[in-house]
Write a protein that binds this ligand. Structure first.
Ligand code: NAP
Length: 316
């Protein structure tokens, strides 16, 4: 079968002929229909993700570890559970049967492959406890996940949605009530966070971390002795950097509470998944994707013009 193979650390996947995988006990063979390429996949291949060592040790290896495909009976499933060197960018995969979930027929495979970012946005409720009428700040709202988070915030009944990004044109596209451009000097960014806070940010969905989130924490520190309203920040991504400098007063006085995206995942994610599927099925939530065939993987992997659309690799 054909597959996209990386043969050196940081290499670009290239189309190769590899042995067709055969299922063992408890496993199923899946014909791959769509695989989303996300930042995490690129970071694993580049060696910058915390799980990259396993991939680098298994080279040559096939990237991406989940996707959408068809079982022998023609049904469509989401699959996961792949471990390096076996990845999803291939014509077929073999996965444990337990790592497949049915996908409703009405959802096209490329859209289904990109559902996970919308499901991640549901952490504003599962981890951040968002209730209707509250104000949501989406850090990194011009990216694929951030744009979906703006939509999800609306669908969950947020009262106000504030979006951050660096590109003024993209910021206008995302459909927020107010925007903050992070591509300004530190003092101006702190002032902008304060100016658009309204009654305060109740929930922050943070795809950035790094400098913008460090400055947000500073912006939340009150100027005088007051009891600050809580701001529940849900840490989801790190597009602006893996670390922040967090002063003691930013935690002590600002009302800032920081949660990982995995908080309450065990109890809340199944319902979150069902809700996202329903919204997509009903046309209430749109997931923008760009499809490219597996044969064009090298070109697809190096694209930089996707502007808020998820790259999805399909057969061909
Ligand atoms: N935990 C999960 O399940 C999950 C799911 C999806 C995504 N994520 C993570 O969330 C993050 C965003 O993912 P994505 O798919 O939305 O990525 P994306 O489409 O590439 O968007 C990245 C966002 O970050 C901004 N950005 C990038 N570099 C920046 C910098 N140096 N300073 C300030 N802003 C910067 C971009 O702004 P511009 O538009 O100006 O470039 C854009 O808003 C990634 O870290 C990803 O791994 C996690």
């Amino acid at each position: 079968m054909k597959a996209a193979v990386v043969d050196r650390p940081g290499g670009i996947p290239a189309l190769r002929e590899v042995p067709d995988p055969r299922p063992g006990d408890g496993e199923v063979r899946v014909t791959v229909a769509a695989v989303a390429v996300e930042n995490v996949d690129r970071a694993i291949v580049a060696g910058t993700h915390y799980t990259a060592a396993e991939f680098q040790a298994a080279l040559p290896a096939i990237p991406c570890f989940d996707g959408i495909g068809h079982l022998a009976d023609g049904s469509t499933v989401g699959f996961g559970g792949l471990r390096p060197p076996h990845g999803a960018l291939a014509e077929h995969v073999v996965v444990p049967a337990a790592y497949t979930v049915p996908i409703p027929e009405e959802i096209a495979a490329p859209t289904a492959a990109a559902l996970s970012s919308a499901i991640t946005a549901m952490t504003m409720r599962t981890a951040g406890g968002l209730t209707a009428g509250e104000t949501v700040l989406v850090q990194g709202a011009t990216g694929v996940a951030g744009r979906l988070a703006v939509q999800v915030a609306r669908l969950l009944g947020a009262g106000r949605v504030v979006a951050t990004g660096r590109d003024p044109v993209a910021l206008e596209e995302v459909g927020a009530d107010a925007v903050v451009n992070t591509d300004v000097d530190d003092e101006r960014l702190i002032q902008a966070f304060r100016a658009h806070a309204g009654e305060g940010y109740d929930v922050v969905v943070d795809y950035l971390w790094g400098r913008p989130t460090a400055l947000l924490a500073r912006a939340l520190v009150p100027d005088s002795f007051t009891l600050a309203k809580p701001t529940r920040l849900v840490q989801v991504g790190e597009s602006a950097g893996p670390d922040i400098r967090l002063s003691a007063d930013a935690l002590r006085t600002s009302g800032l509470e920081i949660y990982g995206a995995g908080r309450n995942a065990a109890s809340g994610m199944a319902a979150a998944y069902q809700q996202v599927v329903e919204w997509v099925r009903a046309g209430a939530l749109t997931i923008p994707v760009v499809t490219m065939p597996l044969s064009a993987i090298a070109e697809a992997w190096t694209r930089t013009d996707l502007r808020g659309r998820r790259l999805v690799i399909v057969p061909g």
